[in-house]
Design a protein around this ligand. Structure first.
Ligand SMILES: [Zn+2]
Length: 238
């Protein structure tokens, strides 16, 4: 139950959050895997190598448009999911984009898909708001913190869905419609503790005999980076 003085405090905090919207936007790019965590093994290169190449290309493109970018890693190192989220929270990021590549058991799958990363406590539509992961906000009533976190997560889900759709569309324009596996959301893609819009893009199948080789070419890497950067820029312009 929200008491009146608490409600007034909440309005004040929301006003502060709105004023902060004018600040420069920061994108955190997260090259999947790294170090001892190789990820999917490909016909030409492994996931941890490709994700870093793509993330650096996307970063170049965004920085050329005056967008601030942080990478969770810019070399071959091992990072836990928790460490990646902590970086995004600390920045704090306006958008979080994790970059991965796929492999399939039968080695016959190909194409690209984007997952909406779900903070724990939300259902697929961002409605079941439970604040079981509260962000640290010094000096603020924990009850208010929980409500603010819920509001942020709810709107973040919509933004993440928008961004995911934009990434798929931009990839479709460059990589062809047959590879479009769509926007996905499932219980395994949980980004614990993050409040910003967050997506995970699987850019293609490294172990597919044709696509795996394409993904190792600078031409296709540029196409993918162009697509992801374009989608992010569109989202930031919203
Ligand atoms: Zn991966």
């Amino acid at each position: 139950m929200l008491r009146l003085p608490a409600a007034l405090g909440l309005l004040g905090l929301l006003a502060t959050a709105t004023a902060a919207d004018a600040a420069p936007r920061v994108v955190v790019l997260d090259p999947g895997h790294g170090g001892s965590n190789t990820g999917a093994k490909g016909v030409a290169l492994h996931e941890k190598q490709l994700t870093l190449v793509i993330a650096k290309l996307v970063a170049e493109r965004l920085r050329a448009k005056a967008v601030a970018v942080r990478l969770t890693r810019d070399d071959d190192r091992t990072l836990t999911l928790r460490q990646r989220v902590a970086i995004a929270d600390r920045v704090p990021a306006d958008l979080f984009v994790s970059i991965h590549a796929n492999a399939s058991l039968a080695r016959n799958q190909r194409g690209y898909e984007t997952f909406i990363l779900t903070p724990r406590g939300l259902d697929v539509d961002g409605r079941a708001l439970r604040a079981d992961v509260a962000t640290t906000r010094p000096g603020v009533d924990p009850e208010i913190v929980a409500i603010l976190d819920d509001i942020e997560r709810g709107s973040s889900q919509w933004e993440a869905a928008d961004l995911a759709a934009r990434i798929q569309r931009a990839l479709r324009e460059r990589r062809g419609a047959t590879g479009d596996r769509g926007v996905r959301q499932d219980a395994h893609h949980v980004l614990l503790g993050a409040t910003m819009p967050a997506v995970l893009v699987e850019i293609g199948f490294l172990d597919h005999p044709i696509e795996g080789k394409q993904l190792a070419t600078s031409e296709v890497q540029s196409q993918i980076a162009d697509a992801i950067a374009e989608a992010i820029l569109e989202q930031l312009a919203e």
